[in-house]
Design a protein around this ligand. Structure first.
Ligand code: PRT
Ligand code: ZN
Length: 288
């Protein structure tokens, strides 16, 4: 049967989410034809068409069904307030939308913002935040270099994206409130056909396998047989660890999968329990 249905995905054309978005598709085994300086491309080995757009336009394109799915920051998705549902959090593009004030000023909770002029590129989210906290303030929407607004007398306060905090620091500002924690998400149009939904399920299955693999490591170690039980107890594995005899009598090789969160703790305990020659290997895909 010839496959005619295609899934159309919108990703950022250039900017902070571009590399990771293309990389994610690649890790899902989706090869894209010639992505440089194009508005549109497709894949030869997955029925996917890719549109390269400004991130601000992605929620609307997905809501309108011009694209079926998209990759965009939650900050942009929520600011645009469009009907595009989040399918999966993608774990990159992490940042927060925060309120910052000049470092020299005292901060005594949200009431400090009462009557202030707030410069931001996120007027909708800032307004929601102010309403929720029963604060009245003046929002000045500006599209870039928000952090310089207090320095040039344009505003008293800013609400901007922060990741390391160094931009705020360099501009003499301090972070006082977090409005939103954000990361890149996969979003979908609300009226996909059954065929498109099937393709999306396929893509999400691959994305989950890639993400799971990134959070886990394959661990191989040698153990004296008399310590095997103790060592096996420390290892979760996907079902249980694999144990193979070594050529040297009295020794076994143990293979298992460890999650990033518990990794160092368990490695230390394994060493203490008598494990030797511990090898840690990245996993490419993980399907459970
Ligand atoms: O051209 P287009 O409109 O597509 O891109 P853009 O310029 O609007 O967005 P871009 O590429 O800057 O960011 C795209 C997305 O990346 C954002 O919508 C967020 O979801 C995510 N992201 C993650 C960030 C940051 N981290 C980030 N640090 N977006 C912007 N910043 C900026 C922030 O605005 C501030 O100027 O970085 C500065 C702060 O960084 P630190 O590390 O100094 O705190
Ligand atoms: Zn943008």
């Amino acid at each position: 049967m010839v496959q005619t249905t295609k899934l159309r995905i919108a990703i950022q054309k250039s900017g902070r989410l571009y590399e990771d978005s293309v990389q994610l598709l690649k890790e899902c085994g989706i090869d894209l034809r010639n992505v440089k300086d194009r508005l549109k491309t497709e894949s030869d080995n997955f029925p996917l068409e890719v549109f390269f757009l400004r991130d601000d336009d992605i929620p609307q394109y997905v809501e309108d069904g011009v694209a079926d799915i998209g990759i965009v920051g939650e900050n942009v998705l929520l600011e645009k307030n469009r009907q595009a549902a989040v399918v999966e959090k993608l774990g990159f593009g992490k940042c927060r939308l925060s309120v910052a004030i000049p470092r020299s000023q005292e901060y005594e909770g949200v009431k400090t913002l009462q009557g202030k002029r707030i410069a931001t590129s996120y007027p909708f989210l800032v307004n929601e935040f102010l309403k929720k906290n029963l604060v009245e303030a003046e929002i000045h929407e500006i599209s870039g270099s928000v952090e310089i607004a207090p320095g040039i007398g344009l505003a008293d306060v800013v609400a901007d994206l922060v990741s390391s905090g160094s931009t705020l620091f360099m501009n003499g500002l301090k972070e006082v409130e977090i409005i939103l924690q954000s990361q890149a998400v996969l979003v979908r149009n609300n009226q996909l056909t059954a065929e498109q939904q099937q393709l999306l399920d396929k893509l999400v299955f691959r994305i989950r396998a890639v993400k799971k693999a990134q959070r886990n490591k394959y661990v191989l170690l040698n153990a004296p047989n008399e310590k095997l039980q103790e060592i096996i107890r420390l290892l979760p594995g996907m079902k249980s660890p694999t144990v193979l005899p070594l050529a040297e009598a009295g020794w076994s090789s143990v293979h298992s999968v460890l999650s990033e969160d518990t990794f160092w703790d368990i490695i230390e305990q394994l060493k203490a329990a008598g494990a030797q020659g511990i090898l840690v290997v990245p996993i490419e895909k993980m399907i459970v």
